[in-house]
Design a protein around this ligand. Structure first.
Ligand SMILES: Cc1cc2nc3c(=O)[nH]c(=O)nc-3n(C[C@H](O)[C@H](O)[C@H](O)COP(=O)(O)OP(=O)(O)OC[C@H]3O[C@@H](n4cnc5c(N)ncnc54)[C@H](O)[C@@H]3O)c2cc1C
Length: 450
C-alpha cells in the first residue's frame, strides 16, 4: 500500500495534520514513539496549566476574605494535584486518539526512521516494517536543552518533566532560566510556600515578551517572595548529599548558594536525531529543519511543522503550520503567517502579547505610538481583582494600524485573541473600536486603550 501522507510525531503538529488529512480523504499514517499528544499534552502546555490552575484555586481560597468570603484552614495536597493533572492528560490524549480514529488515520506506536526519498516516494521504517508514502510530514518536536555546566551530570536536577511528576513541595528551588517555562514554575511553587530564586542571563525575564510588562510582572513576583538574579551566569552545579549547590557569576563576582532543588529551564531544541535525517539531505536553519511558507522542506515531498523547525516552539504555531502544510499538499496555496502569534505566560497574573513589542519596532526602525491604560479601566477587572493591578499597552503605526498588544492581568490569555485577530487582519484602531464588545468584560480594556 502506498499512503498519501506519512507523519512522524503525534504532537500538536502531527495530530492536527493527521486529522485534517484524514478528513480530506487522504490515506494517512502517523508514527508516534511515545504518547499521542506529544510534549504539549503530556509534559507541556496542558499539565503545566492544570497545575497552575490548582495553584490559582489555592491562592483564591486563601485570599477569599478580600471578597467577603471566609475560608479557614485552606490546605493543599500536591499528590492529589498531580493525580488530577494526570487525569486531565489521560482524558485529552484519549480525545486525540478518538479524533484520529474518526478521521480514519492509521496510527503506529514506534520510532519511525526515514530511509529514502526519491521518485516522489518516501520510505519509512518502523518496528522493522517498511512504509511507503507519496508525501512525508516531519513533526518530531523538541527536547530540553541541557547546557554543559560543570557538575550538571552529577547533580539530580529537574527539567520541566521531573518538576511535573514531583509530589512534594521543595523547601527551596533555584530555577536556572527565566523564560516562560521557568517563570510559570516559579509562580507555581511560590504559591505553595517554596523559597524560589530565578537566575537569568539576560537583563530581563521572559525574553521576547514586552520588556515593560515583564519587569512589572517580575516586580509583582518579587513582592510575593521570589528572588531574581538578572544578568547572572550559572557556572557550576553540585550535589552534596540531599542538598544541591549553584555557583553563579554576577557583576564580576562569584557566589555560591545552597538549595533543596534545581530546575533547569534554559530552552528547548528541535529533535534532529533518531529520525533517519542522515539518509536524506534536508537544509537546516535555527538548529531545525528549514521550511518555506507552505512548510515544505528543501525536498518538495517532505514537509516539517512545529518545534522541529526551531522557530516558534509554541503549540498554537505548530497547529496552524500543520493546517497550512495539509492545505498545500492537497493543492491549496495558503501561506503560513507569523504576524500574530500570541505569546502567553500563565502566571497569576497572566501576561500575554501579540504582534510587535516596542523593542522590535525600535530595532526595525518603525515609527509608532503607545497607548497604555491600567486594567482598572475595565469594570469587570475591578470587580474580579481585589488589590491587583495590571496594564494594557497598544502599539500603533503612523496610520493607526494596530502593530502590537501587550496585557498584564487576568485573563490576558483569553482576551489576547481579540488583538491577534486585529493584527492578523491589519485592522486600524478605528476599525476595532467600531466593534461592539460585551459589557462588562475584561476584554473591553482593549477597546478603551485603542
Ligand atoms: C513545560 C512546557 C510547557 C509548555 N507550555 C506551552 C504553552 O502553554 N503553550 C504553548 O503553546 N506551548 C507550550 N509548550 C510548548 C509546546 O509543548 C510545543 O510547542 C508543542 O508540543 C510542539 O508540538 P510539536 O507537534 O511540534 O512537537 P511535540 O509536541 O514535541 O511532539 C512531537 C512528537 O513526535 C514524537 N517523535 C519524535 N521523533 C519520533 C520518531 N522518530 N518516531 C515517532 N515519533 C517521534 C515524540 O514522541 C512526540 O510525541 C510547553 C512546553 C513545555 C516543555
Amino acid at each position: 500500500m502506498i499512503y498519501d501522507l506519512a507523519i512522524i510525531g503525534g504532537g500538536p503538529a502531527g495530530y492536527t495534520a493527521a486529522e485534517a488529512a484524514g478528513k480530506k480523504g487522504l490515506k494517512t499514517i502517523v508514527f508516534e514513539k511515545r504518547t499521542f499528544g506529544g510534549v504539549c499534552l503530556n509534559e507541556g502546555c496542558i499539565p503545566t496549566k492544570t497545575l497552575l490552575y490548582s495553584a490559582k484555586v489555592y491562592k483564591t481560597a486563601k485570599d477569599a476574605s478580600k471578597y467577603g468570603i471566609s475560608c479557614d484552614n485552606v490546605e493543599y495536597d500536591l499528590s492529589k494535584i498531580i493525580a488530577r493533572k494526570n487525569k486531565v492528560v489521560r482524558k485529552l490524549v484519549a480525545g486525540i486518539r478518538g479524533k484520529l480514529t474518526d478521521a480514519e488515520v492509521e496510527t503506529i506506536a514506534g520510532n519511525a526512521e526515514i530511509k529514502s526519498s526519491d521518485n516522489n516516494q518516501v520510505e519509512i521504517s518502523c518496528n522493522e516494517e517498511t512504509y511507503i508514502a507519496k508525501k512525508l510530514l516531519i513533526c518530531a518536536g523538541s527536547e530540553t536543552v541541557i547546557p554543559n555546566i560543570p557538575g550538571i551530570a552529577e547533580t539530580a536536577i529537574w527539567t520541566s518533566s521531573e518538576a511535573l511528576e514531583n509530589k512534594e513541595v521543595p523547601e527551596s528551588l533555584i530555577i536556572v532560566g527565566g523564560g516562560v517555562i521557568g517563570i510559570e514554575f516559579a509562580s507555581f511553587f511560590n504559591v505553595f510556600g517554596t523559597k524560589v530564586t530565578v537566575i537569568e542571563m539576560m537583563d530581563e525575564i521572559l525574553p521576547g515578551m514586552d520588556k515593560e510588562l515583564s519587569a512589572l510582572l517580575r516586580a509583582d513576583l518579587t513582592k510575593r517572595g521570589i528572588d531574581f538574579h538578572l544578568e547572572t551566569k550559572v557556572t557550576a552545579l553540585q550535589q552534596e548529599g540531599e542538598k544541591q549547590k549553584v555557583t553563579f557569576e554576577k557583576d564580576g563576582m562569584t557566589f555560591e548558594t545552597e538549595t533543596a532543588k534545581i530546575l533547569l529551564s534554559v530552552g528547548r531544541k528541535p529533535v534532529m536525531t533518531g529520525l533517519g535525517l542522515e539518509n536524506i539531505q534536508l537544509e537546516t536553519s535555527r538548529n531545525g529543519l528549514k521550511v518555506n511558507e507552505y512548510m515544505q522542506t528543501s525536498d518538495s515531498n517532505i514537509y516539517a511543522c512545529g518545534d522541529i523547525t526551531g522557530f516558534s516552539l509554541l503549540a498554537h504555531t505548530a497547529v496552524r503550520e500543520a493546517e497550512v502544510a495539509v492545505e498545500h499538499l492537497s493543492g491549496n496555496k495558503e501561506k503560513m503567517s507569523y504576524k500574530a502569534i500570541p505569546g502567553v505566560v500563565y502566571t497569576n497574573p497572566e501576561i500575554a502579547g501579540v504582534g510587535k513589542t516596542e523593542e522590535m519596532l525600535r530595532s526595525e526602525g518603525i515609527q509608532f505610538t503607545v497607548n497604555r491604560l491600567p486594567m482598572a479601566y475595565a469594570g469587570r477587572f475591578v470587580a474580579e481583582n481585589e488589590q491587583v493591578n495590571g496594564v494594557c499597552k497598544i502599539l500603533k503605526g503612523e496610520d493607526g494600524t494596530i502593530l502590537g498588544v501587550h496585557i498584564l492581568g487576568n485573563p490576558a490569555s483569553e482576551i489576547i485573541t481579540i488583538a491577534g485577530i486585529a493584527i492578523e487582519k491589519k485592522m486600524k484602531a478605528d476599525e476595532l473600536k467600531a466593534i461592539v464588545f460585551p459589557h462588562p468584560t475584561v476584554g473591553e480594556i482593549i477597546k478603551e486603550t485603542l
